[in-house]
Design a protein around this ligand. Structure first.
Ligand SMILES: CC(C)(COP(=O)(O)OP(=O)(O)OC[C@H]1O[C@@H](n2cnc3c(N)ncnc32)[C@H](O)[C@@H]1OP(=O)(O)O)[C@@H](O)C(=O)NCCC(=O)NCCS
Length: 223
């Protein structure tokens, strides 16, 4: 399924929309290389150079999936709109807690380092907790994808598991970190931790999630 559109203000001059996209727009993800380039997919556990047909096949799969939502990441500049990547919530589960896994790729490298991933993670987290009533969002990062990890941490994701030597890239074995972002709302938080004391990492991260949700209240509009 494709996700409902949201407008996100990134800094003072950039407007991003998380919005649906059509099958004939997926070539954007391989424009100027994109998902064919090692520099883009290096930390995505794939060695494939995706073609237009692969992207169209992927589109058909995600559109049919009923266990999550995928959004296009659009740069909106006046009347011009450019599809620069995608982000998703998938593996949506109801039991024992309502939760999902998130993932993102900005396939146009000219948009990296502008705060876009940090902003869209905040928007998606805000949507997850305010509209989908999730208790938890999981994500995974292959180190050293520092940009991806920091962008997630800016929404209050924190690492709770490390798998050593999960992947091999650029002549090195690299580790795989698993992160989670917990719904900070009191009832959800207490139910998640039950009789256990929340970990110090989770307690620090909770404050960041509250700050990210407050930021999203000001900077994200569900259209
Ligand atoms: C990883 C990715 C999502 C980051 O997106 P982005 O929009 O460039 O990230 P942001 O601009 O929000 O940066 C987040 C933080 O990471 C830092 N950062 C970004 N890229 C970095 C890099 N290559 N090295 C070190 N730090 C980096 C930023 O300075 C920022 O730091 P701050 O929070 O202290 O200000 C993007 O590069 C991408 O899509 N890469 C290809 C696909 C991919 O790896 N997806 C993730 C799979 S888990």
């Amino acid at each position: 399924m494709l996700g409902q559109p949201m407008r996100v203000k990134v800094g003072s001059s950039l407007t991003i929309e998380l919005a649906p996209f059509a099958k004939d727009e997926v070539q954007s993800f391989i424009k100027d290389g994109g998902m064919q380039l090692h520099s883009v997919t290096r930390y995505m556990s794939t060695r494939q150079a995706f073609t237009a047909e692969d992207e169209e096949y992927w589109y058909d799969q995600i559109r049919k999936r009923t266990d999550g939502y995928t959004w296009g990441i659009w740069h909106v500049d006046g009347v011009n709109r450019k599809l620069i990547g995608n982000t998703a919530l998938f593996n949506l589960k109801e039991v024992p807690f309502r939760q999902a896994t998130s993932g993102s790729a900005i396939t146009d490298q000219t948009y990296w380092g502008k705060g876009i991933a940090s902003a869209i993670h905040k928007a998606r987290t805000w949507y997850s907790f305010n509209q989908l009533d999730l208790s938890r969002i999981k994500s995974e990062v292959l180190l050293p994808n520092i940009g991806s990890k920091k962008a997630l941490e800016n929404s209050g994701y924190y690492v709770y598991q490390l798998e050593r030597n999960a992947h091999f890239a650029d002549g090195k074995y690299i580790h795989h970190e698993v992160l989670e972002c917990l719904n900070p709302r009191e009832d959800k938080w207490l139910r998640w931790w039950g009789d256990d004391k929340p970990s110090p990492e989770a307690t620090v991260a909770r404050k960041l999630t509250i700050a990210a949700l407050n930021w999203a209240d000001e900077n994200v509009t569900l259209l």
